[in-house]
Design a protein around this ligand. Sequence first.
Ligand code: NAD
Ligand code: UFG
Length: 339
Amino acid sequence: MNVLVTGGAGYIGSHACVELLNAGHSVVVADNLANANAECLRRVERITGKTLEFREMDLLDRAALNELFDTHRFDCVLHFAGLKAVGESVQQPLRYYNNNLGTTIHLCQTMAAHGVKKILFSSSATVYSPDNAMPVKESARTGGCTNPYGWTKYMSEQILTDTAKADPGWTVMLLRYFNPVGAHPSGLIGEDPRGIPNNLMPYISQTAAGRREKLSVFGGDYPTPDGTGVRDYLHVVDLARGHVAAMDYMAGHPGVHVFNLGTGRGYSVLDMVHAFEAATGKRVPYVIAPRRAGDVAEVYCDPAKAERELGWKAEYSLEDMCRDSWNWQSKNPNGFAAD
Ligand code: NAD
Ligand code: UFG
């Protein structure tokens, strides 16, 4: 298939490009490099031995988007583009609503105008309301988001759902990711956060590398087995493969489909620290710090629907996630910038 990957130069999108190329699809990436480096795409080509087309463009630029669709015949769009820093979204809500909702709306309008009606959307575990019992199934309550970023995912799901309701020609896959970590086993691509990482795994690996003095564990008094927050971490390559499975599913399944993509296993912050140390032989000094605003005690999913209907299941272990994070970090101490 001819696939448009928005945000394809980013962390998850680039891993998806590898899996799409390996599966024989042809790939066009549209990314404004707001949080990415074009070097990443050259490495995707190195990993796969295949080429892709890169368009450096902002999806908010209607004319550029229209021209892209005028000059290509896409079968399907994977929509990863978006801003994703939770704390920043609290400080800059209008920028987040404008970017994350604007890109989704422009994209859908342009797709409809060109008769392209298949889209996979990067949603998030953050759309589930915090009062659900764990593990969460796709039918669990949504809403009650604790930050503007979360609301943009919630609202984008609504926009896409209403679009498909109004025109049954659409096929919409709402993929709710849990916590992607790790990197491609080649060590050529991985997560390259700018500045101080917000997320746990990059912080752990930068601490192990000596770039950060110690990890602050946000909260040691949650009602969890060791008092630290529990999440459903999954290997980014598994997540990327989930997109290929979801794309295959779209044929013959019009309408809106929601899938959790996670392992179904919850690990605490300290489990992650210990697993990282065991997998890499590196020490990760840490201190217990106050809770981070907006965090919940635990979130993990029931991934049975994805296994049943998509035939997809996360395969990589926690040890693999830690080993591959470290492999990427140690081979690319400055991310893509070094090249
Ligand atoms: P990322 O920041 O690495 O990738 C997003 C990409 O979108 C970047 O390359 C960025 O340059 C691009 N982009 C942003 N706004 C754009 C615009 N207006 N026009 C063109 N390109 C634009 O993030 P990621 O971790 O790869 O996440 C991909 C998607 O998955 C995002 O939508 C994110 O919200 C979602 N998601 C991520 C996680 C996670 O933990 N990483 C969890 C759940 C959902
Ligand atoms: N944590 C620390 N110290 C750190 C960073 C994180 O203790 O320096 C803890 C957090 O308190 C939490 C756990 O590690 O308990 C995971 O935190 P992350 O920031 O890595 O991930 P979150 O679960 O908070 O959020 C991530 C993404 C969101 C996404 C969500 C669900 O950042 O965008 O997963 O998909 F919505």
